[in-house]
Write a protein that binds this ligand. Structure first.
Ligand SMILES: Cc1cc2nc3c(=O)[nH]c(=O)nc-3n(C[C@H](O)[C@H](O)[C@H](O)COP(=O)(O)OP(=O)(O)OC[C@H]3O[C@@H](n4cnc5c(N)ncnc54)[C@H](O)[C@@H]3O)c2cc1C
Length: 857
């Protein structure tokens, strides 16, 4: 080991080795991987080695597709076989709801360019004769599934990295991490100290402990996981002989089971409900190449269903049961990226599917370290998506919930109960007392909608319109016709102050900063000219600004702000989180209502649209913005938590004469839809440029040289390829949920905006067992089955939507090729909802108050 490196990667599992390889491939060769024992001394060696591309988050799915693509290159570079078996696989649906879930996944796969297909149980049986098809209603076939050798693959990454110049040091535990005032890290190991600029925590089972070395409690927990291997089975051997191919992988949601062929028997694993954390507080450092004691009783309920569903396996002898630990984050996706509050401390951990995700994780992290940007939208696995509330106990409860629900359907209106309530505002009991159905908004309990008195405040979970529909409609109508009040504590709030504050914000934001007492809306871009933020900013003092943004992005944005703070101390930034809470009043009577509560003139002349004032509301000192996300006349009122009940009561009492209504987040989101307003992380994400996102009027090219200006100028000059649009959908009893494909009648024209993720040219089989090497599989999007249908083609995707109650229309927002974005003609678009293609029409002007007269008052 040398005394200095550019970067030190801690941990030689599949993830650490992939990070090392990708860093070396990106040109950083002064790097070392330090492993406490031998390579694969954590969870990597005993993995079942399965891989697939499907993921609830399309951006994570893309990185999984990249991982699968990479194996061929890896074998070539390293000269080491990964023992790749690309068998394809099916997911089996046992109920209509599960079939709806598969329809959604299949539809989403279309715009990602995945070649999935919905098939019958009999078709599935033809590929996997060990099953009894009578238990199932349908299935989805995915040709890009298979399995590999976990140790061989990890070693392939390490060999490839070494060939490119990286170093690997084995049998050398990292004991301590300290940082010099100049930012240099000291990696204290058993074999001495290595100094470096960057440290990467790829500690797998010990990632939590390595985090603690720098004072960070990472939300990651290891769970026990079991799979069994059968004795050789004559049925498997006969199938191989007859068809000349291996059996496919099968996922049975009902049984919480996955299976695949292993040699001439079957491997069968479960995600059992009665799951068990391993080492919930401290991972023992002396745990090595070990397995845990099998506990068949725990997985017996799953096995019972499995043996019923797969009678061919029931009679096979069990050769071995593997029980090993591996780690999960609370939502089951990896934790990747720089840790906010530290410099050059990176993580790539909580990777629960290292052989599906390890390549994508390595690529994203190496891009981020080398180029300052991951190069993709990695929000779904960004370590910044968790706040301080994701404590050890929170993580323990959520990971158990996530593991036990791994094969359960998550409905779009479903709120999961574990570890709640985590954070509450002073109004929590009041809202619950008013029959609010509460939701989790970045760890904060937030009213979603209000159930009528005497009924249970509970969502009936569904892919279709549900029991909240009528009540959200009432909340919207009463607000739009008189006045409503809602909690908005779940926004992010920051204060930027100091002599350099205006210059700092002008450098980061695309819009010009407002005059004192005024508000602007502004996107924020990265150097690549991609959207990384969307804020409301008020100038509150001579050298002081308030910023409001997305609550879920607080750590993500703080990380960016801190990175760009001038070193001279001329700018300070403070994140309020829940030390500042808020209420919004909206609707035509909101001005009259506010006037009753304050002692200053709030007429539209004295307190204009987009004005900011400090004023006492109901006697409490508040910050008030003359703006609302409902797009109506309205206000956002911000106060310290100690005043929230006072202000709320004052609003309710004064609002009585107007018939004031409480409305929840869902009504707010419904109202923003009929105004064509976008949301952060749905419509606006780091994969889109500002002109693609239709944010043109907030991009002030003429002002100073803001971050991303050059790239934005290029996008403007070349013209965006995609464009965000709002559509009115001819929906039946289900509205869009997000990620549905948008079809257009374009006579087969390929705009090059969808697909192209699966072009890895490896041999693969169609569902009849025919090899399709180099045919549709290798030629990209246009050849992907299901992207074209006669004159119709998939041209875009939905980002979000729902029912716009006031205008009485089902609405969607999404991205389509720019050249179609101004075409409002009927009959051009269709959106696929739960397997049915519904007519949709672009709506350029918002259907509610298109001229914006109401909000201007
Ligand atoms: C039974 C089972 C079946 C599985 N099946 C699959 C599957 O089919 N498909 C799939 O994709 N995934 C599967 N997995 C999950 C997969 O194993 C993990 O996703 C993967 O191993 C994570 O790799 P990692 O590199 O993050 O962590 P690990 O493999 O745990 O590697 C971490 C490494 O860091 C080293 N380390 C830790 N602390 C230090 C220190 N202080 N100093 C130096 N070195 C240190 C450790 O010794 C270890 O080698 C399965 C897991 C289990 C247990």
């Amino acid at each position: 080991m040398k005394s200095h490196y550019k970067a030190v990667v801690i941990g030689g599992g599949v993830v650490g080795c992939s990070v090392l390889y990708h860093l070396a491939r990106a040109g950083w060769t002064d790097i070392v991987l330090i492993e406490r024992s031998e390579l694969t001394s954590g969870s990597s060696w005993h993995a079942a080695g399965g891989f697939h591309t499907l993921n609830g988050d399309p951006n994570v799915a893309k990185l999984q597709a990249y991982t699968v693509q990479l194996y061929k290159e890896l074998e070539e570079v390293s000269g080491q076989s990964c023992s790749l078996h690309l068998t394809g696989g099916v997911m089996l649906a046992d109920s209509p709801e599960r079939m709806d879930f598969l329809r959604l996944a299949h539809a989403k796969g279309r715009y990602l360019g995945m070649d999935t297909e919905l098939i019958t149980p009999s078709e599935a049986k033809a590929m996997f004769p060990l099953m009894d098809e009578s238990h199932f209603v349908g299935a989805m076939w995915d040709p890009v599934e298979g399995h590999l050798d976990p140790s061989g693959t990890t070693i392939a990454y390490s060999k490839a990295a070494k060939k490119l110049g990286a170093e690997i040091v084995l049998r050398n535990p990292v004991k301590e991490l300290t940082q010099e005032p100049d930012g240099t890290w000291n990696v204290v190991t058993e074999q001495g100290v290595a100094k470096c600029e960057h440290v990467v925590n790829c500690g797998g089972l010990w990632a939590r402990e390595i985090g603690r070395m720098v004072g960070v409690e990472l939300p990651v927990l290891a769970m026990e996981h079991m799979y069994l291997l059968t004795e050789p089975m004559p049925e498997v051997e006969a199938f191989n002989k007859e068809t000349g191919r291996e059996m496919i992988g099968v996922l049975d949601f009902k049984g919480e089971i996955y299976t695949r062929q292993e040699r001439n028997g079957i491997l069968l694993g479960t995600y059992e409900k009665a799951c068990k954390p391993w080492s919930p507080v401290n991972t023992p450092w002396d745990f090595g190449h070990e397995l845990l004691a099998p506990d068949l009783d725990r997985i017996a309920p799953s096995l019972e269903i499995g043996f019923k569903h797969f009678p061919g396996i029931a009679n096979a002898g069990i050769k071995q049961v593997i029980n090993g630990p591996f780690t999960f984050a609370p939502d089951g996706n990896p934790l990747v990226g720089p840790v906010q509050g530290l410099t050059n401390f990176w993580v790539a951990c909580g990777v629960m599917a290292g052989f599906s995700q390890g390549g994508g994780v390595g690529l994203a992290l190496s891009n981020w370290m080398v180029n300052g940007d991951p190069g993709f939208d990695v929000w779904g696995m960004d370590v910044a998506r968790w706040g301080e509330w994701a404590s050890l106990r929170y993580t323990n409860a959520k990971v158990r919930e996530n593991y036990s629900r791994r094969f359960s359907i998550r409905f779009p209106n479903e709120e999961l109960p574990a570890a709640r309530p985590a954070q509450t505002t002073p109004l929590y009991d009041t809202m619950v007392g008013q029959n609010a159905v509460m939701g989790d908004s970045w760890g904060l309990e937030t009213p979603l909608w209000f159930a009528p008195k005497g009924t249970e405040p509970k969502d009936i979970v569904s892919f279709h319109r549900s029991n909240d529909f009528e009540h959200i409609g009432n909340e919207v109508r009463k607000t739009r016709e008189s006045v409503g009040v809602t909690e908005i504590a779940n926004f992010a709030k920051y204060e930027v102050s100091g002599t350099g504050s205006e210059d700092f914000l002008n450098r980061l934001m695309t819009n010009k900063m407002p005059k004192k007492g005024r508000i602007v809306l502004t996107p924020m871009l990265n150097e690549l000219g991609r959207l990384i933020g969307d804020f409301t900013i008020a100038k509150t003092g001579d050298e002081k600004f308030m910023i409001w943004g997305s609550s879920a992005a607080q750590k993500y944005h703080m990380r960016w702000f801190e990175k760009h703070l001038p070193k001279d101390g001329s700018v300070r930034i403070h994140r309020f989180d829940q030390t500042l809470v808020g209420l919004s009043i909206a609707g035509p009577n909101s001005q009259k209502l506010l006037q009753k509560l304050v002692d200053v003139d709030v007429s539209s002349k004295a307190f204009r649209f987009m004005d900011f004032r400090e004023m006492a509301v109901g006697g409490a000192p508040c910050l008030v913005n003359r703006i609302t996300y409902t797009g109506d006349l309205g206000y956002e009122i911000w106060m310290q938590p100690a005043y929230q009940r006072l202000v709320y009561r004052a609003i309710k009492e004064a609002g009585e004469e107007f018939g004031i209504v409480d409305f929840g987040m869902r009504a707010l989101l419904s109202m923003r839809l009929e105004k064509n307003f976008p949301t952060w992380f749905r419509e606006l994400r780091p994969i889109y440029g500002p002109f693609e996102g239709a944010m043109d009027r907030f991009i002030k090219m003429e002002k100073n040289d803001f971050v991303g200006r050059e790239a934005a100028a290029k996008e403007q000059q070349d013209g965006p390829k995609l464009r965000r649009v709002s559509l009115v959908v001819d929906a039946a009893d289900a509205d869009v949920m997000g990620d549905e494909p948008i079809w257009a009648k374009v006579n087969g024209k390929d705009f090059g905006t969808v697909g192209k993720t699966h072009d890895f040219g490896a041999p693969r089989f169609d569902k009849s067992g025919k090899e399709v090497r180099g045919s549709s599989a290798a030629t990209g999007a246009s050849a992907v089955r299901g992207l074209h249908d006669g004159e119709w083609s998939v041209v875009g995707w939905v980002t979000s939507g729902g029912y716009a109650h006031y205008v009485g229309k089902s609405m969607a927002q999404g991205y389509v090729p720019a050249e179609l974005a101004d075409d409002e003609s009927a009959g051009l678009f269709e959106i696929e909802i739960l397997g049915h293609r519904r007519k949709a029409r672009i709506n350029i002007e918002p259907p509610f108050d298109p001229a914006g007269e109401k909000m201007r008052g």
